[in-house]
Design a protein around this ligand. Structure first.
Ligand SMILES: CC(C)(COP(=O)(O)OP(=O)(O)OC[C@H]1O[C@@H](n2cnc3c(N)ncnc32)[C@H](O)[C@@H]1OP(=O)(O)O)[C@@H](O)C(=O)NCCC(=O)NCCS
Length: 332
């Protein structure tokens, strides 16, 4: 029998660099409350959000990704031409095909890398890290750029009380590459498609049939999502810690999807996170940026000195699908 040569990669992969792009327009709660009969106090109490950023017309899914990716490459000390694959997690690249990833790769000056988008909503970035880890270890890429990016202001109804104050815009990126040490733990990921309708956009065919020419906006069953995230996701977080062969006492940072500070608190309590573990609270000034929220929060913690190179961080992200993914990583 003819034997094929199989690819061999590095024994270990790690995050090598992080970058972020935050849109220039800062939007405080007071700018949104009139349209949803709400108040700054209610929003802060229920979600933790004080302000968020909305992208302007020049700040696109592609341009924000390119800016975040450039910073991540510089931090990693990697040239764009050394990138073998660009993986973009997003739900707000409003072109059915082609992917945002090919345009981003071209704009970066990468040398014909594999480039594709993944659709796993708020969990997309952690899915991307898992794929990149396996690609580097399996030998199909040496350096993978993983980007989480959203321009959710395009697909959020400013009059919807359940979503208008939550969703926001931004981009975060990491470079995943070969490493002398294991820098990315095993992923714990999955889906709960029974709740397919909990967070979603409408079927475009229904909008067209109804003569509705608006962009398809997100809708969410907030209380149901809240309960699911607070309880089921704590178990997933604990499994990711277990599978990395550590305990919560070994963690330095907890960087969950920035969905709601109360969900973060519930998860931290459920896994008995020691008080010494620093917790990402980027949501306060960034809102919920879906696929971008974990890399933006990681970037913020590094910038603020709350996450230092070599620290052990637990990442977890969850959202529409419902889908989820978690892993333990070493901070670059
Ligand atoms: C959206 C969310 C903050 C709403 O909080 P909640 O406590 O579940 O709110 P409810 O929908 O149960 O409504 C509670 C009360 O607040 C009111 N309310 C709802 N939205 C409001 C708003 N924007 N402003 C003011 N009051 C509001 C309701 O009318 C209700 O009033 P009542 O008690 O007099 O009937 C919360 O459900 C949530 O955070 N869900 C998860 C969101 C999330 O993480 N999404 C992303 C996952 S990827």
């Amino acid at each position: 029998m003819t034997t094929l040569t199989v690819g061999t990669g590095s024994a270990n992969a790690a995050l090598l660099g992080v970058g972020a792009y935050r849109p220039s327009a800062l939007v405080p709660n007071d700018d949104l409350v009139e349209a949803i009969d709400s108040s700054d106090e209610w929003i802060q109490q229920r979600s933790g959000i004080r302000t968020r950023r909305f992208a302007g017309p020049e700040e696109t899914v592609v341009s924000m990704s390119v800016a975040a990716a450039r910073e991540a490459l510089e931090h990693a000390g990697i040239a764009a031409t050394q990138v073998d694959a660009v993986v973009v997690a997003t739900v707000s690249h409003l072109v059915q095909t082609p992917s945002a990833a090919t345009a981003i790769a071209h704009a970066l000056g990468a040398d014909h890398p594999a480039a594709f988008d993944i659709s796993a909503a708020c969990a997309g970035f952690c899915h991307g890290i898992a794929l990149a880890n396996d690609m580097v270890r399996g030998g199909s890429a040496r350096h993978v750029l993983v980007i989480g990016v959203e321009k959710l202001s395009d697909i959020t109804d400013p009059t919807d009380r359940g979503t208008a104050f939550i969703f926001a815009d931004g981009a975060g990126a990491v470079v995943v590459g070969q490493s002398g040490h294991p820098g990315i733990g095993p992923v714990v990921w999955g889906s709960d498609g029974e709740h397919y309708d909990h967070i979603r956009t409408p079927d475009l065919r229904d909008l067209v049939a109804a003569g509705d020419l608006r962009l398809p906006c997100l809708s969410m069953k907030g209380s149901e999502v809240f309960r699911w995230a607070s309880y089921a996701m704590a178990k997933v977080a604990q499994q990711a810690v277990d599978r990395a062969g550590i305990t919560v006492d070994d963690l330095d940072c907890f960087i969950p999807h920035q969905a709601n500070n109360r969900i973060t608190d519930a998860m931290a309590r459920a896994i008995r996170l020691p008080a010494s573990v620093r917790i990402a609270r980027d949501i306060v000034d960034a809102g919920n940026t879906s696929a971008a929220s974990v890399p933006l929060a990681l970037h913020r913690m590094i910038e603020d000195g709350d996450a230092r190179s070599g620290d052990i961080a637990l990442l977890i992200a969850f959202g529409a699908g419902l889908s989820y993914a978690a892993q333990v990583v070493t901070v670059p």
